[in-house]
Structure formats: C-alpha cells, structure tokens
Design a protein around this ligand. Sequence first.
Ligand code: IYR
Length: 225
Amino acid sequence: MYDFQPLPFERFPDRVSARKARQFFERMRRRRSARAFSSEPVPREWIELAIRTAGTAPSGANCQPWHFAVVSDPAVKARIRQAAEAEERKSYEGRMPQEWLEELEPVGTDWHKPYLETAPWLVAVFAESYRLLEGQTKRKNYYVQESVGIACGLFIAAIHQMGLATLTHTPSPMGFLGEILQRPANERPYMLFPVGYPASDATVPVLEKKDLGQFSSWFTAPGKP
Ligand code: IYR
C-alpha cells in the first residue's frame, strides 16, 4: 500500500481557468509537424525538460513503461538515418499498399529522411512491454500503448511550448532502433522524434483540423450547457 497524502491541487479563479484554457488551445493549435530542420544546436537541458515532462504521464499501475533514448552524436544519427531510409525505401517501393501511397501523395513524403541527420537531437521512444525483476522473472506492464502514447503527447506539447519543432516519425519496421540504441529485449521501439528548430525554408501542407462538432458528441441535461 502506498502512503497517501492530500491531493496537491491549485484551484484557479474561474476567469483564470477560462483564460488558461483559451491560451493553451491557441498555443497548441499552432503546432505543426516539421519535416525540414535547421542544424542549429539546442541545449541538452531543454530536451531533458521535455522528457521529464513526458515522464509525468499517467501510466497503468504507475509502471511508467517508457524509455527515451536521446541522440546527438552525428555518427549515431547517420546510422539511424541509413537504417531508417533502407526500411522506408522498401516500404515506399513495394511494401505499402497502393491505397496508402495515394493517401500520402498529397503530403509529399518519400523514403528520404535527411532530417534524421540535420536535426540536432533524435529522441527514440521505446515501450517496455514487460519488466524483468531480479532473477529475470517477467512482470507484466499494463496499458503500455496508452501510457506511452500519452507520454509522447506530453513530449510533443512540451517541445512545442518551448518554441521547438518535432515530427512523429515511425519508420516501419523500426527494429533497427533497438539494435543501434542497444535496448533490451523487453522494449519495443514506439516512435522517433527529430527535435530542433525548423529549417528557415520549411514548408507544411495547408491542412484543416476537424471542427469540434465533427469529432465530439455531448450528452447534457435539457437546458444545461
Ligand atoms: N513512415 C513513413 C510513411 C508515413 C506514413 C504516414 I500514415 C504518415 O502520415 C506519414 C508518413 C514515413 O515516415 O515517411
């Protein structure tokens, strides 16, 4: 049994909550995935803070089933780029069904991933499917996909909030990440984030996000907002 303490909670005045809700939305709606990065260095401490933010995520039974492998060494970035491009090339040139390729056509992606070397940092996230206790007994983790997904969401928000850009890159398959980054067998690669400033000439597709009414339904008492 854990020790319990009173919930540390700061209640804001309504007008403060209303302002924070609006300001956070206005900030987050300006986030865009970048596919062209500047090589301008970014302090390690900022990346540490984004990862620490990710590590505050709720997780099944507080297992915290994530690992963040962080790369700035150009030699390691080059190996990752080479391996990712080899897989992506096979995907784009045969493994991906026609329907998928057609869906991606307007985005303009292909197997070339120069950003894996240009971005000053690569952050590879691994999901710990189980834990090993002393004596090598396997212990299950719970809600691993959900937990790691939430941690990644917080990471993305933290990176955006500090004025940097990232991309949710999922080269497929990405088993090479575990090998290059020497992760144990109980971890599966989950996502790869190049992080840095966007290139000064970076472009993004003009996309529409769904309107609230298109992705929510509400069940309120008659006459209640
Ligand atoms: N992993 C590939 C393909 C890709 C798939 C989807 I769905 C995207 O939204 C974008 C890319 C790549 O990174 O190019």
